[in-house]
Each structure stands twice: as structure tokens, then as C-alpha cells.
Design a protein around this ligand. Structure first.
Ligand code: PAF
Length: 282
């Protein structure tokens, strides 16, 4: 199955303008490739709500730290395009690094507040890199709606805020996390794990769900989160970056749920992978 592929911003813009001129609604699904069912769920959500869907693949160097997995991040463009085509996607945007960041590029996008907690602390600069590349992708595509996974809840909150603050017209929508049969959130980084590590990884969701339940039942979030971090270490995670309960929109730390819309967030390391997940507290 073939799928239209844009390599330049101009090619994509020309096609989007032509679609829009005939009244078609355009959806955008930004990804870094290495597609799994979670990405395909984004494409499917976009297809449900839009007439034409563009999926982007760009392994954005500015959101990786010096000791992170940029160089080893799987590049699977051909199979990714085939998966998107099979799902019914209409086009791919696969720019080069120089198309995205030409010589002399010097602009940063920093969303204060929402980025100085959770992954913003554990991965310095990561959220700024995400804000930068997503701002560019939204401006490049001029889509009506863009779709992002709820597994990266902080990323979604940051993107919603930057789109609002910078008057970007594209509507930002979250899509529920896709999980395996044991509740493990699908992630490209699960591919780094062996069988034993996968078993450990599957405990993350179980422990977070129990913690969310205990906080909703009236427990103090700081106590429950501390217990969760200990339980994760006991289950075999080698390091826990954070387990925290925060407001779902502002990401302010919360100690008592008391009817507020809050979520429990965690990031923990097993084998070569750093896994993140979050759950509603209700
Ligand atoms: O979630 C991702 O895959 C990336 O952070 C994104 C949004 C495509 C930006 O590079």
C-alpha cells in the first residue's frame, strides 16, 4: 500500500491548502516513528474526526538529553508508513533535520510552570525541545486538529498551553493510553526490555492504579506516593524518578484529592528503559 509522503514543509503546506480549499478537515498526528498500537490509535482517532490525516515522523534531537537514546532510537520509516497506510492514514510528513532546523536556527519555546516539574526535572530541556518542535509542526501543517497520547500527560498539558498562549488555531486533542493485556502502557521504549524486565514494567500500572484508588479514598497523596515509590523499587525497578499526585490541568502538586480533578504520575527505570505512566484519581 502506498501513502503520500512529504519531505518538505512546502509540499505539506500546498497539499493542506488544497484539501482545506475543498472544505476538508485536516488532522495531524505528530510522532517520532517506531509505531505501535498506541500511535495507530492516534491515527484512528484522527480518522474518526477528520477527512484527511497527516502523520509526522521526526526524531527530534532537541528533546533528547546528552546521555539519552537519540542515536539508538529505532528508525523504522518504511514499516511505520506501511502501518499508517493500513490504518487508513492519507499522508506522512518525514522531514530531515536540516528541513526542521536550518543553519542559524535559534528560537526556543519555553512554557513556564508546567515544565518545571515531573519530566521537566528528571529530563532537563526535554519539555523545551518538545515545545519547540511541536510549535513548528503545528505552524507548518496548519491542521484543524492535532492528536497526542494521554500517556505523556505532561507533554499534552504543555502543548495545550503553548497552543493557547501562542494563538495557534489547531485544536489539541488527547487520546487515551493504549495498554497491553496486563495494563502496561504501550511505548516504543518497551522494545528495549527482555521478558523479565517486561514483567517488572507491568507492575507500574498496577501500583499506580492502587495508589490512585487509595488517594481517592482519602489518603494523603505524599504518603501514598512514597509507598508507591517503595513498591516500585521492591518490584524490581532500578530507579524511580518520581511518583506524584498533581492537578490534571495546572500540574500543581496536590495532597488531598477532595473532589479535584487530579492524576497520579510516575517515571521509573527498568533495564535500559525509562517508563512513564499516569492515572486518573477518582
Ligand atoms: O510524543 C512524541 O512522540 C514526541 O514527543 C512528539 C510529540 C512527536 C514531539 O517530538
Amino acid at each position: 500500500m502506498t501513502i503520500q509522503t512529504f519531505r518538505t514543509i512546502q509540499e505539506m503546506r500546498t497539499q493542506v491548502a488544497a484539501w482545506k480549499a475543498t472544505g476538508l478537515r485536516v488532522g495531524l498526528v505528530p510522532t517520532m516513528g517506531n509505531m505501535h498500537e498506541g500511535h495507530i490509535a492516534l491515527v484512528s482517532a484522527a480518522l474518526d474526526q477528520c477527512d484527511r490525516v497527516i502523520t509526522t515522523i521526526f526524531v527530534n534531537p532537541t528533546q533528547f538529553g546528552a546521555n539519552e537514546d537519540l542515536d539508538s532510537y529505532p528508525k523504522t520509516e518504511k514499516s511505520d508508513s506501511a502501518k499508517v497506510a493500513t490504518a487508513g492514514g492519507h499522508a506522512m510528513f518525514i522531514p530531515s533535520a536540516s528541513e526542521m532546523y536550518p543553519a542559524g536556527f535559534s528560537t526556543r519555546v519555553i512554557v513556564d510552570g508546567l515544565t518545571d516539574c515531573l519530566c521537566g526535572i528528571a529530563r532537563p530541556g526535554h519539555m523545551d525541545g518538545v515545545s519547540q518542535v511541536v510549535t513548528k509542526l503545528l505552524n507548518q501543517a496548519h491542521a484543524d486538529v492535532a492528536f497526542f497520547g494521554e500517556k505523556d500527560w505532561q507533554q499534552l498539558a504543555v502543548i495545550k498551553r503553548l497552543a493557547r498562549d501562542l494563538d495557534i488555531e489547531t485544536e489539541i486533542r488527547g487520546v487515551p493510553t493504549v495498554r497491553d493485556e496486563y495494563g502496561l502502557a504501550l511505548s516504543s521504549r518497551n522494545g528495549y526490555l527482555n521478558d523479565e524486565e517486561i514483567e517488572i514494567a507491568r507492575k507500574l500500572n498496577v501500583i499506580l492504579k492502587k495508589t490512585a484508588y487509595d488517594i481517592a479514598a482519602g489518603g494523603f497523596a505524599t504518603d501514598e506516593c512514597m509507598k508507591a515509590a517503595k513498591a516500585l523499587m521492591k518490584s524490581g525497578f532500578s530507579h524511580v524518578d518520581y511518583v506524584e499526585c498533581r492537578d490534571a490541568d495546572t500540574l500543581e502538586m496536590i495532597d488531598k484529592a477532595e473532589g479535584r480533578s487530579c492524576r497520579i504520575f510516575a517515571a521509573a527505570h527498568v533495564g535500559r528503559a525509562r517508563l512513564i505512566d499516569n492515572h486518573l484519581v477518582n
